[in-house]
Ligand binder design. Structure first.
Ligand code: NDP
Length: 281
């Protein structure tokens, strides 16, 4: 039977410590969030980020733009926030409306204010084996979970399903930097189950319900489920057949309550870390 990796509890502990540190700051850190358009899920995510920031004593500014906003309007907002010394972190909630070039938007955020860690400078630093100003939030949360549970990474075979800039790609580099042997799988990968069966650490970040079946998990593997999907009854689930995989795994994350709370925790930590860099603390 696997030990449950309880991201919700770990995140709570990390955030309690963060809140204590912020309490003693005269000038509070500030996170600015740009949201463009009417995406209902994005609005929920932005509200929960704002709420969490305020709970911790981090100031939050939400800039709302209409669905029909222009590239120029978003870039002007970023320019203003880049030059505003009272703002420490800038986050552009994705996805953006279809007329917007999201890649250009992310690239215009100053790397020192790139609280999501998605700017090519920060991703490039990770690729070069260096420390970025900020790590992407979900991969950072996963590494912290492994550390918290004393799960060693060096020498392990880590298999990641998914190669997005948000999760799979940076996580593969971060695990490599921690001396794992890394295999990255994606939708064109052949014989996925043969590869996952070799994983000491198996991360699924595909967003496909039921993708990882019990027989794809090696005995004793650490299973990290990043996926967020809906079951027929509307409940959330991951990519992994949890009850099938759980008896084989040594550790496993639940969905919800596993990786998700760590992502928002990393966002808050990144805001504070960027504040410290900018204020030379
Ligand atoms: P993307 O859709 O950007 O990427 C999905 C990746 O999975 C792609 O690389 C894709 O391959 C690969 N993939 C899809 N289907 C398969 C398959 N059948 N076999 C192998 N590989 C496959 O998603 P994100 O990375 O943004 O997110 C992934 C999941 O994680 C989603 O469910 C998302 O909601 C969730 N998520 C959860 C977070 C959390 O905090 N818990 C945070 C961020 C995301 P290809 O590149 O070839 O298309």
């Amino acid at each position: 039977m696997a030990k449950l990796i309880e991201g919700k509890i770990v995140a709570k502990k990390i955030l309690e410590n963060l809140s204590d540190e912020i309490l003693f700051l005269e000038k509070k850190p500030c996170l600015a969030v740009i949201i463009a358009g009417d995406d209902a899920a994005s609005k929920i995510y932005v509200n929960s980020k704002k709420k969490k920031a305020e709970e911790l004593g981090i100031k939050s500014v939400v800039i709302e733009l209409p669905q029909n906003c222009t590239q120029q309007e978003i870039l002007e907002k970023i320019y203003t926030l880049n030059n505003d010394d009272s703002v420490n972190g800038i986050l552009v909630q994705l996805p953006l409306p279809p007329q917007i070039n999201a890649k250009e938007v992310v690239e215009k955020i100053h790397p020192l204010k790139d609280v999501d860690g998605l700017h090519p400078y920060n991703l490039g630093q990770i690729a070069a084996g260096n420390k970025p100003h900020a790590y992407p939030c979900t991969p950072k949360g996963i590494i912290r979970l492994l550390e918290y549970y004393d799960i060693s990474i060096a020498g392990k075979h880590a298999v990641i399903i998914g190669r997005s800039n948000l999760v799979g790609r940076p996580l593969s580099l971060m695990l490599l930097n921690e001396n794992a042997t890394v295999t990255v799988c994606h939708s064109k990968t052949k014989n996925l189950s043969q590869i996952t069966q070799q994983a000491d650490i198996l991360v699924s970040a595909a967003g496909q319900r039921g993708l990882v079946k019990a027989d794809m998990v090696k005995d004793g593997a650490v299973v990290i489920d990043v996926g967020i999907n809906r079951q027929e009854d509307g409940k959330l689930c991951g990519d992994v057949d949890f009850w099938g995989a759980e008896p084989r795994a040594s550790y496993i994350t639940p969905v919800p309550g596993g990786v998700g709370p760590m992502t928002i925790c990393s966002l808050m930590q990144n805001t504070f870390d960027l504040y410290k860099i900018q204020n030379k603390i």
